[in-house]
Design a protein around this ligand. Sequence first.
Ligand SMILES: C=C(O[C@@H]1C=C(C(=O)O)C=C[C@H]1O)C(=O)O
Length: 122
Amino acid sequence: MNQEPSTDGAALRRYHDPDYEPLCATLADVRANIDRLDRQIVPLLAERGRYVKDAARFKRDAFQVSAPQRQQEVIDKVLALASEHGAYPEVIEACYRAMIAGFIAREQQDFAGMSAIEEKQT
Ligand SMILES: C=C(O[C@@H]1C=C(C(=O)O)C=C[C@H]1O)C(=O)O
């Protein structure tokens, strides 16, 4: 029978690593911290999305909206940050690839609803 874990009981397992320092006494405490971080992460993603929207103003076509070279730069940059902060690199890469795909889909929609500004002749 599948059952969700108890949130208020004591730990049921331990890590073999003798240096592992537990963070929380209960799963409820773990989840309260995850919820606290999610409340910080989502507003940051909303702000990131507003900058992605603004980026569309500077582009000529769908290829420029996609900007694959910049995408790779972002992945490389966040993998370096992951290493600096001890984050799981495969999780960070998967999150960012999914996130950028979502942002580009939105940016393509935004782009389609814009009109070009006539360029001044010099
Ligand atoms: C925001 C941009 O547009 C797109 C979105 C990106 C992102 O979410 O980081 C990166 C490159 C582009 O695919 C940009 O060109 O900088």
